[in-house]
Design a protein around this ligand. Structure first.
Ligand code: HEC
Ligand code: HEC
Ligand code: HEC
Length: 122
């Protein structure tokens, strides 16, 4: 091979290596996926609400963990309040951890760790 074509080859390899490194780093820095991104695959929100309507909370109450917050609004909470994001594209479904608990609901408002309406007690 000519000296020049070897140099071109080296330059190309270097470009490939740094290119994929840059891509990998970009993937890592994108840690907090916005809810809009999750919903672009899993939405609309109503669909998830329906799919999880029979969920049983640790308190024993049956209710979808997916609610608007506050409940009389149309504000969708960030999915990462409860979920850890999964790899995209998803190759292995078993890597998706489903939350057992809903700390977001308890920390925010339901301080008795149940899902009763506030007016039951206050
Ligand atoms: C590019 C599309 C895509 C995006 C974006 C995405 N997901 Fe997924 N997600 C999938 C696919 C595909 C599955 C496999 C589920 C299936 O087979 O029904 C899955 C599975 C899940 C599951 C398990 C569902 C089940 O039936 O057990 C949860 C929970 C989940 N995703 C949450 C999230 C959250 C939270 C986000 C945002 C942080 C997110 N996903 C972003 C495509 C996506
Ligand atoms: C308050 C906590 C909480 C928030 C916020 C939340 N989730 Fe969930 N999600 C849960 C819990 C708990 C389950 C498990 C339900 C079950 O096991 O049946 C679940 C299950 C799911 C599933 C699986 C549904 C199925 O068919 O089994 C998907 C998909 C999902 N969530 C997507 C999302 C997306 C997208 C968002 C953001 C728009 C989101 N979740 C926000 C608590 C939450
Ligand atoms: C199962 C009964 C029960 C429910 C449901 C309940 N609370 Fe309470 N709440 C209590 C009790 C008991 C206290 C006093 C003891 C304490 O601070 O934990 C209290 C105290 C409070 C306080 C005062 C805390 C302080 O430090 O002074 C606030 C604010 C409050 N609750 C808000 C709410 C809101 C908002 C909801 C609905 C999301 C709610 N509570 C639902 C029983 C309840």
């Amino acid at each position: 091979m000519e000296k020049r074509s070897i140099l071109v080859l080296i330059a190309l390899i270097a470009l490939l290596v740094f290119g994929s490194l840059a891509l990998a780093m970009q993937e890592k820095s994108d840690t907090k996926i916005d809810k809009e991104k999750c919903l672009s695959c899993h939405g609309p929100y109503e669909k998830i609400i329906k799919a999880t309507a029979e969920w049983t909370a640790p308190s024993g109450e049956v209710h979808s963990p997916h609610r608007y917050v506050p409940h009389d609004s149309q504000d969708i909470p960030q999915c990462t309040e409860c979920h850890t994001q999964h790899a995209i594209p998803l190759k292995d479904k078993s890597t998706v951890v489903k939350p057992q608990d809903v700390p977001f609901c308890y920390e925010g408002c339901h301080h008795m760790k149940n899902l009763q309406p506030c007016k039951n007690c206050h």
